[in-house]
Design a protein around this ligand. Structure first.
Ligand code: ADP
Ligand code: MG
Ligand code: MG
Length: 916
């Protein structure tokens, strides 16, 4: 390790000679700031001279328990001497001193890292040099006192208030209102006071290198020591608590380390021909092509952002007396940077006595709206290709455009937080039941449905509500999945909410506030927070730019000259969702969950089928269901004419359609107390007994999926008949219905084989009855590890495979998806047992099962097609793996995720092309 280069030089010297040892590709060596300083210097922009100490040095220093790696200090001292030579000035010099800034800079921009120290190198001698050079004693003493303040606070951790108090005291003594009215003498005195504060508050034991007088540490005068302490502090800040928390939240590795940039100071505060500013090469809020930013005359460093004085718009720079030529040059720099980075850049600059110096640049952050505008305009300008434009947009950011959000410019305080289960924000009155939700919504109120957890019974309430909040359940709980599907904002697992649905109150742990029915709350499902009262919302915008980018994405992902097309389908089970999804660009329906068709007023029918003993009642129920299901399918297939609709046979455990036995028990007790007649009570008790009889210990592993079809074969017969009948009738009307039937939760080949026989028999019957030839493919939903293992065998009997990756994740890990996210997955992520939540981003082992099953399936039956219809189908990271690693043909996701999936699918294609 010791033979690797630790220090890289950059920048322009007094004679205009450039030195550059790094470039922008070296992010992981020089950090973002250092790599871009090197790059700007490399392409001839004016950058004050300096050097960057590598991230690896930080890693070794921290790793060894804050001990310098061998030779590192020597290299730094040599670089420092070299910088002095390049600048023709010396640190600490009493006639013309070199002053430097010490700036941290990690590979990713990161709050929590040490702040920049400016004007390092000032001491009692060099302050005289600064006076001599500037003929401005006030400026020099002010710089010196600022440096002591910054150094003590940032490097040594002394409380900043101590200095601020002393400053206030000095103003009082001098009888002035603002700092700028303090005289050179006042400031010189303040320097002594500040040194005193340093001595009183720094622990000498922690800094053995400091000189000691009267038992107290002395402010370091040796610039080399100042520099070393500052660099050590930057390294130390890499492991401080705030930085560690930030990295954890953003999945950034602790092993990267931070670089340190040491750079000659440029003075923006040397009078009216000096200035400092920040700018963007385009408008980062809406993407307009204009120079955007602010500057301040006669100011240094953070003064611009600190808002002490009013700033001037960047457009005025070139008409400000004394700054004209620097202003012109800055505009040329903007163009050079855009040309070079081929992207919008953000910039920090300083003008010292009419001379422009660049202090920082990077590719600028922007809103989703701006990202689209900029990408499209850059294609039109010929700066980038369509492919680059498509690969630059962050799919996750698109969500910003499709849902309303809390207005970021307004302040609010969270009442509680939970999981950000479904994006978007909503404001409404608290209601505790679906019936109340519907009733209030019908009266024209906006409501938020607040439940312990939702179940299929809540669907009508969920539809009526603006937003959904649950105190239990994770990101793939019923509430979350359904809410995402409907595009309704949802916050799940708000554990501090103790909901009493009977009393209609919420008690909030750690808060006095008690919420009652009708109280207004706001939820933000993008951030996962709940706020008391109404928060202003910023509404969703669907601009033409989004359409443009997505149409380019489609060209790319559907291109078959390199691998197969990456298709995007939607999970939808009603014609409205299907229509919305078509607008969003879905190509077909990848998953139509038929159980949603059994809810609402149809629940009675399915209940009488399940609970009755009487064969005629049962048959009547089936006939009724057949009628309504046929109508459902007629509507769906018509909307989706010419496009595949994958219909999944009934999947959930049947008790989901029945009353909650606990609630029924309570109802019976109440009726008993009220003296209801025996006949009614007997009927209710029988009903309760039957429902109890259906309760399973592990319903997720129980009588569901294909097992239902085996046990209650009438149900799938009815469903298949409905599908086939609807298709046959539409064909006769000249519509082009394309249903496909999918058998869920298969694990054994024989399950599939037997059900398929039944399915085909029904299709043939309907074909005969209706006098129409029907060709309805039958496929398997692969969502159990065993099915993946025997996929080659199942493939003999299946026309397609579609992977249900929610269940596959649940059964691969043995994690209950209803509980795991609330109970332990966050802790697992915190402890780094898991990197991602496997229910959000597909796990490598689950992905491997999918890959293997696709390979096995294709080996048996090359004509099969493969899809994914779990939640992962709408997750950008998972989408790339599913297409490029598992090699599926399509992903299917909820309607609001379709635009994002189209973009991610295109990016997957581009990645595959690049590595081909
Ligand atoms: P941040 O990462 O917070 O932007 P910077 O290192 O960029 O921190 O520095 C903070 C401020 O100090 C910025 O306004 C920057 O322009 C200014 N600054 C840093 N180095 C110098 C320098 N060598 N000369 C003049 N100003 C500087
Ligand atoms: Mg900066
Ligand atoms: Mg499933």
């Amino acid at each position: 390790m010791s033979d690797c280069k630790r220090v890289y030089r950059f920048g322009t010297d007094a004679q205009g000679t450039r030195v550059t040892e790094g470039d922008k590709s070296m992010n992981f060596v020089l950090g973002g700031k250092g790599a871009n300083l090197a790059e700007m210097s490399r392409i001839g922009l004016p950058v004050p001279g300096g050097f960057t100490i590598t991230c690896q040095t930080c890693v070794e220093y921290s790793g060894a328990g804050n001990v310098w790696p061998e030779g590192a200090l020597d290299e730094i001292v040599a670089a420092e001497a070299d910088l002095e030579a390049r600048c023709g000035k010396k640190l600490g010099d009493a006639s013309d001193p070199l002053l430097v800034s010490v700036r941290s800079g990690a590979p990713f921009s990161m709050p929590g890292m040490m702040d920049t120290v400016l004007n390092l190198g000032l001491n009692d001698d060099s302050v005289q040099g600064l006076i001599a050079q500037t003929q401005n004693p006030r400026f020099a003493w002010d710089s010196y006192r600022r440096f002591i303040q910054m150094f003590s606070n940032v490097v040594m951790g002394v409380d900043a208030d101590l200095f601020e108090n002393a400053l206030t005291q000095a103003r009082l003594v001098a009888g002035v209102r603002v700092d700028s009215e303090l005289s050179a003498e006042d400031l010189q005195e303040l320097v002594e006071t500040f040194k005193g504060i340093f001595s009183e508050n720094v622990d000498a034991a922690l800094y053995p290198e400091l000189e000691v007088a009267d038992g107290k540490p002395v402010f370091p005068h040796d610039p080399e020591l100042q520099l070393r302490l500052a660099i050590q502090a930057v390294f130390g800040s890499w492991m401080n608590e705030r930085a560690c928390i930030y990295r954890k939240q953003h999945g950034i590795s602790d092993d990267l380390g931070t670089a340190v940039n040491v750079q000659a100071m440029a003075f923006g505060n040397k009078g009216e021909t000096s200035a400092t500013g920040v700018a963007f090469t385009r408008n980062p809020a809406d993407g307009t092509k204009e120079f955007y930013g602010d500057f301040l005359v006669n100011a240094q460093g953070e003064d611009v952002v600190a808002g002490i004085r009013n700033t001037e718009p960047i457009a005025d720079l070139k008409t400000t007396p004394g700054l004209e030529s620097a202003g012109e040059e800055l505009e040329r720099v903007f163009l050079t940077l855009e040309d070079h980075y081929r992207d919008m850049c953000d910039i920090e600059f300083t003008i010292e006595q009419g001379k422009l110096w660049m202090l920082q640049t990077r590719v600028g952050k922007r809103t989703a709206t701006a990202a689209l505008r900029i990408a499209i305009e850059m294609v039109e300008e010929g700066l980038i290709t369509r492919e680059e434009a498509v690969s630059r947009i962050d799919p996750a950011q698109l969500d910003q455009l499709l849902h309303p959000q809390f207005d970021a410019s307004k302040k609010y305080e969270a009442l509680a937080s939970g999981l950000n289960a479904s994006p978007g924000a909503a404001v409404g009155e608290v209601v505790f039941s679906s019936d109340d939700a519907v009733a209030r919504a019908n009266e024209g109120h906006k409501v938020i449905l607040v439940r312990w957890e939702t179940n299929p019974d809540d669907l009508k309430g969920m539809v009526a509500a603006e937003g959904i909040l649950t105190s239990h359940g994770g990101k793939t709980s019923h509430a979350a999945v359904i809410a995402r599907g409907m595009g309704t904002p949802c916050v799940c697992g708000v554990e501090r909410f103790h909901i009493d649905a009977a009393e209609k109150v919420v008690r909030i742990e750690g808060s006095e506030r008690v919420l009652h029915e009708g109280d207004v709350i706001s939820i933000d499902g993008t951030q996962g927070i709940v706020v008391d009262g109404a928060v202003d919302l910023a509404s969703a915008e669907l601009t033409g730019d989004l359409d443009t980018i997505l149409s380019w994405a489609d060209e790319i992902r559907l291109d078959e000259t390199c691998g197969h097309a990456n298709h995007v389908r939607v999970n939808a089970d009603n014609p409205e969702d299907a229509e919305l999804a078509l607008e969003f660009g879905a190509e077909a329906i990848g998953l139509c969950r038929t159980e949603h068709m059994f809810l609402g007023d149809r629940k009675n029918i399915i209940q009488s089928f399940i609970l009755s003993d009487d064969e005629t009642v049962k048959q009547q129920a089936l006939a009724d269901l057949l009628k309504v299901q046929t109508e459902d399918f007629l509507a769906m297939f018509k909307t989706m004419s010419g496009r595949d609709v994958v219909v999944r046979l009934l999947d959930p455990p049947l008790h989901e359609f029945l009353d909650d036995p606990r609630e029924l028990e309570v109802a019976i007790t109440k009726k008993e107390a009220a003296g209801a007649n025996e006949e009614e009570l007997a009927a209710l008790r029988t009903r309760l007994r039957r429902i109890d009889g259906m309760v399973e210990s592990n319903p997720m592993l129980g009588l569901r999926g294909v097992r239902l079809s085996v046990v209650f074969s009438d149900l799938p017969l009815m469903q298949v008949r409905a599908v086939a009948t609807a298709a046959a009738r539409l064909i006769k009307e000249g519509v082009d219905p394309r249903p496909e039937i999918m058998v869920p939760l298969v694990s054994i080949t024989a399950e599939h084989v037997q059900i398929r026989e039944v399915i085909e028999r029904v299709i043939a019957e309907v074909s005969d009855e209706e006098g129409v030839e029907l060709n309805i493919p039958v496929g398997t939903m692969l969502e159990l590890p065993r099915a993946c293992m025997v996929a080659d065998e199942i493939a003999h009997y299946a026309d397609f495979f579609c992977f249900g990756t929610n269940d596959l994740t649940q059964t691969t890990f043995g994690f209950s998806r209803d509980d795991a996210e609330a109970k332990f997955i966050p802790l697992y992520m915190h402890k780094k047992i898991l990197k991602d939540n496997p229910f959000e981003t597909i796990d490598t082992a689950v992905l491997e099962l999918v890959r293997m099953a696709v390979e096995k399936g294709r080996a048996t039956n090359p004509d099969m097609h493969f899809g994914v219809c779990g939640e992962h189908g709408g997750d950008p990271k998972s989408i790339k793996g599913l297409f490029n690693v598992a090699d599926v043909d399509y992903v299917s996701c909820s309607p609001y995720r379709v635009p994002l999936a189209r973009l991610a699918a295109a990016q997957a294609k581009l990645e595959a092309k690049r590595s081909a």
